[in-house]
Design a protein around this ligand. Sequence first.
Ligand SMILES: Nc1ncnc2c1ncn2[C@@H]1O[C@H](COP(=O)(O)OP(=O)(O)O)[C@@H](O)[C@H]1O
Ligand SMILES: [Mg+2]
Length: 247
Amino acid sequence: MAGFIHRPLPAAGALALLKIEGVSKSYQMGEVRVDALKHVTLSFSSGELAVLLGASGSGKSTLLNIIGGLDSVTEGKLYFRDRDLSEAGDAELTAYRRHSIGFVFQFFNLIPSLTALENVELVTDIAREPMPASDALQLVGLEGRLHHFPAQLSGGEQQRVAIARAVAKQPELLLCDEPTGALDFQTGKLVLDVIRKVNDELGTTVLLITHNASIAGIGDRVVRMRSGEVWEDFRNESRRPPSELEW
Ligand SMILES: Nc1ncnc2c1ncn2[C@@H]1O[C@H](COP(=O)(O)OP(=O)(O)O)[C@@H](O)[C@H]1O
Ligand SMILES: [Mg+2]
């Protein structure tokens, strides 16, 4: 595939891309305080595909939103490379979100009046070192759908446009919150295949949230959360391609 800017995969034992140190997050709801995260300490290396697994309400989205600069910590520290994001101001967080992070959510959030290509171009127009929008769509297997509108695409295709949009700016970190949550099983596998490919071919570090234990099989590493805490954190020795998942 011509035109991709490939990032080489880092050597084993690579530097930490992201360090989370004793992070807690509480929400005050009137009289009630919800402790969504309790003293979470984790670090992620460049190039890994980690799955955050846990039941609904276990704090996964809160953690991902904090990592993505969408929410702030109540307590603790968060470093991206050597930048202390827990102390960053709004302008720095905006630049961090814009240049370093790609987001993929359960619902695809495409703009209905724009074609697939135009949806991706919205991001490449403001990015620093984007790949061409058409290359990003080719990467996700949608080179034949460039001029389709979202309503003319299946759910899985729409999610692949959303992935193309997230990776076209060549973010260092791709954050996916339940990316297959709105899709059926077969379609979900195709979407996971594309996420796996982004990690394998572009070397993008990926954090993927799911509540589905069988999806965790595609990760290099699985972090299990429970009640706002890290419950388990292990290397996945029997990593499987998405096509072999059963759920
Ligand atoms: N903006 C918010 N305001 C108040 N409570 C919240 C907010 N976001 C999340 N919570 C609460 O924090 C806990 C963790 O939520 P969340 O991170 O969304 O879990 P998960 O993604 O694992 O389902 C839940 O109890 C949830 O109700
Ligand atoms: Mg969630």
